[in-house]
Design a protein around this ligand. Structure first.
Ligand code: NAG
Ligand code: NAG
Ligand code: NAG
Length: 212
């Protein structure tokens, strides 16, 4: 099923309750990741690698499973504690250049994780001890003290269902930056009657709508 994604100068994440895989890697997106991304409560995969996203990482949908990939952006700050809520997540890629602070212990407790990429950041402190089946890449962090093997070989990519996302246009450079409308025509036609009333009745979505 091909779902086309249209990037224009504003967006409504709140109406995308049925979106499961969002791949926006390499789209030169700038500005910060909108907090409303946390409302995408069907999302199981989020690929935002190779953009120019800055600021800190907002609360992510707890439904994420396949991957959260924030690789190669300008995000900064400590690795956010809210990631500990992603209890079903398999792959977490934070290779980024600007994350700082320690590698938090809660990552060890996230037992669904099979691959963690922390490479090329400003991380420091002692690397927590991960279970043997977790591949952890911490290369390129000068302040880290290693007690485990780093740079273990990557797992072969998991077989995955990826939505084919066609980016039709993107108006970059506004102060709002990372703003988009996604036309989910196919999903909408299937789920409109179910998801739309649910979306508007949520206070957080009503807030979003009234801002637009
Ligand atoms: C994350 O995304 C980048 C492309 O944006 C890709 O090169 C990298 O392999 C991905 N990381 C993982 C762990 O799949
Ligand atoms: C993020 O980048 C935009 C320009 O793309 C800039 O206006 C904004 O101040 C930056 N925000 C942070 C937190 O660095
Ligand atoms: C990426 O975005 C910047 C503005 O943020 C713009 O100057 C540049 O031309 C864009 N690059 C591409 C390849 O679109």
């Amino acid at each position: 099923m091909i779902i086309r994604v249209i990037l224009v100068n504003f967006f409504i994440w709140g109406d995308l309750q049925a979106l499961t895989n969002l791949d926006l890697r390499g789209n030169n997106l700038s500005g910060s990741i909108p907090a409303s991304i946390g409302n995408l409560n069907s999302l199981i995969e989020l690929q935002l690698g190779n953009n120019k996203l800055n600021g800190t990482v907002p609360l992510m949908p707890q439904t994420l499973q396949i991957a959260l990939n924030l690789s190669s952006n300008l995000l900064e700050g400590p690795i956010p504690g809210t990631l500990s809520k992603l209890i079903g997540l398999h792959v977490l890629d934070l290779s980024n250049k600007k994350f700082s602070g320690q590698i938090p212990d809660f990552l060890v407790q996230m037992t669904s994780l099979t691959q963690l990429v922390h490479s090329d950041n400003l991380l420091s402190g002692v690397i927590p001890k991960f279970l043997p089946f977790v591949t952890v890449d911490v290369s390129g962090n000068k302040g880290l003290i290693s007690t485990t093997n780093s740079n273990s070989p990557s797992l072969s990519p998991k077989q995955r269902k990826t939505m084919d996302v066609g980016v039709l246009s993107f108006a970059a450079g506004s102060a709002l930056g990372f703003v988009l409308v996604i036309g989910q025509l196919i999903i909408a036609s299937i789920n409109q009657s179910l998801t739309y009333p649910k979306a508007v009745s949520k206070p957080v979505n009503m807030m979003l709508k009234s801002e637009l």
